[in-house]
Design a protein. Sequence first.
Length: 381
Amino acid sequence: MFPTRFVHLEQARRRFGPRVDRMGVLLGATDPLADAAVEALANRTPDERERLVDQALRGDLRSLPTEVRSLRETLSALPFWADLDRARRGGQLLLKSGFFGGIVLGFRSLVAGYCSPAGNKPLAFSGRLREAAPRRLSETSRFVYQPGSFAPGAPGWVAAARVRLMHAQIRRMLRSSPRWNAAAWGEPINQVDMGGTTLLFSLALVDGLRMFGFRIERDECEDVLHLWRIGGWILGVDPELLCATEPEARILWELLESTQEPPDADSAALAAALVEGPVHEARTPEERARAERFLPVAYGIARYLVGDRYADALGYPRTPWRFAAPALRTLISGTGRLVGRLPGVDRLALEAGVRYWHRAATAGLAGAEARFELPSRMRHA
């Protein structure tokens, strides 16, 4: 009835009840609006496709294919529950995390996504991360950090809408690939995997910051969840998978983890490409030597952030640096209690965080813009 990726169902049903079977159905559900839009653009040249997408996102609906216009009209107004002030607070919390937020995004959020051996297949088939891990990390940072909001027409809204169409285009190509095993994996970039991605950028990121000693209260966590509840809606995630509270999000996260298989070889390859990216991308012998010296530190922090179960499955070495992160947690927690009492510290942290995320979002792009264009082919599919 369900894809074979969906495992341990009887144990899960005892714990989570009928939600388990509903999740199984959603493994076969995608995004009909975006799927129809990319199908309508399929016979256009890449340049013409991008021109029409840009035109649609500017709000110019003249001469657009009906399906593209329908998607744009759906995205023209946010749902009634969307609170942009609350989303702004959630975004500021992530921005203020600065360097540590970047470390958590790379070594916890993205890696946790790779640990799903079915969910990682679209990335594994693209071949992109093995070949250009720093670029992919910068693109993801660019998507997480936007200097605007998710209000229609703002930079975050445009990025999310483009990623939605990019996902639909990848889905279209994978469906026609003889390598795609729907019986094992379900639909490519299905609702469950998309819903899980919003948790990677919200709950998993908040949990990682808490592991570093950041004091994030439940209402602050739920501000971040609200940010990605709006983001997920723009991305085409089914509203029933968009969590409003921390307990809701935690139940969904635990259900996702408990019904997926252990990380596979693609998981390990993707995770290694991410952690070791600075070594392979070094431009001089000095840069490479410096990156190699830092590699044990990176693996130690990465192991701490994903836990021994996943780290062992991914083949992470057990470096002594894994003991440094808990010590760092104590330092950050204690410093935060003292510094938090100083006037103006929030503003300074936000300014520093904005500078950091801007650098992180552009570091691997070599001066190019992350446009999230519709790909024309999958390299290994």
